[in-house]
Write a protein that binds this ligand. Structure first.
Ligand code: NAP
Length: 280
């Protein structure tokens, strides 16, 4: 199976590349923005036409949520035009497209875990640009998988590494306690993507680790698992005062994966335990 991974140097990209590179049955091409800028229509079409992959896994995105508010055009270019290019180019050669979306397509007002058909209503530019990216993929290539994930951590800049580095400085850390979501390991998400890309079960899927917590609970669990004694103080979103609005509650229910017996995600604490144990 020929696979093209875009955004290959991001957290998820690295995990997928590590998983597939040199493995029997896979011929992998991994490209980040230096080799393939997904916002360039002609480069995307040329590359896909030349490589003729069976599956394209799009891990490229503009993920800096606050920066998206200030760089609106760039956010839409990467998160919507990029997927548009990939969807059109994969459709032309009959390839499958795996695309990753986010819990931030929702507004955070739900009180219960959100199923795939829940109404989207993004409250920041990042979420709105990702929502448009989903729509591009859906409308341009029926052979698509859209995985909405959340609070992702792997090999790259993420909340776990930020907390550990702040904790090592010995300061008291203030962490938001009124945003609830599901921390998700790139290991679990990659397992799901790799299993699903072999199927024809196209569609939109919620794909997060099981269970939920606040960022404050997440931070406390990181330090507990690491055996670090760090003072963590719960604060509100308002007190933090970040640039972009954030959904208050964005717990996703992996309903569609469950229906087809593909919900292979671990509990968030178990996945975090493995990450903390193995991350250098
Ligand atoms: N991180 C999360 O908490 C989270 C939560 C929910 C959903 N997601 C989604 O999950 C997916 C993977 O996220 P991630 O955390 O792995 O992201 P990431 O670590 O930020 O990686 C994204 C990669 O895409 C690259 N990129 C940016 N613009 C590009 C372009 N025009 N063409 C090609 N590559 C480009 C980035 O390069 P630079 O670093 O040089 O910009 C980076 O290497 C994304 O679709 C994201 O929206 C992430």
């Amino acid at each position: 199976m020929r696979i093209l991974v875009t955004g290959a140097d991001g957290q998820l990209g690295r995990e997928i590349v590590q998983r597939l590179d040199g493995k029997a049955g896979y011929e992998l091409t991994a490209m980040d923005i230096d080799k393939l800028d997904i916002t360039s229509s002609y480069k995307v079409f040329d590359t896909i036409e030349a490589l003729r992959p069976h599956v394209v896994i799009n891990c490229a995105a503009y993920t800096k949520v606050d920066a998206c508010e200030e760089n609106v055009d760039l956010a839409y270019r990467i998160n919507a035009i990029g997927p548009q290019n990939l969807a059109a180019a994969t459709f032309d050669i009959g390839a499958k497209l795996v695309h990753i979306s986010t819990d931030y397509v929702f507004d955070g007002t739900s009180k219960v875990p959100l199923k795939e058909d829940a109404k989207t209503n993004p409250i920041n530019v990042y979420g709105a640009s990702k929502k448009l990216g989903e729509e591009m993929v859906r409308s341009l290539n029926p052979r698509h998988f859209i995985f909405r994930t959340a609070w992702l951590y792997g090999d790259g800049k993420n909340f776990v590494r930020t907390m550990l580095s702040l904790g090592q400085k010995g300061d008291t850390i203030r962490v938001v306690n009124d945003q609830i979501g599901s921390p998700t390991s790139t290991v679990d998400l990659s397992n799901c993507i790799i299993e699903m890309m072999h199927t024809n079960s196209y569609g939109t899927y919620h794909a997060t680790c099981q269970g939920s917590c606040s960022w404050y609970d997440f931070a406390k669990e990181i330090f507990r698992l690491k055996g670090m004694n760090v003072e963590v103080v719960p604060i509100t979103t308002e007190e933090l005062g970040s640039i972009a609005n954030r959904p208050g509650y964005s717990v996703l229910d992996n309903f569609m994966l469950r229906l087809i017996d593909k919900d292979i995600f671990r509990n968030w604490q178990d996945a975090l335990y493995e990450y903390i144990r193995e991350d250098k």
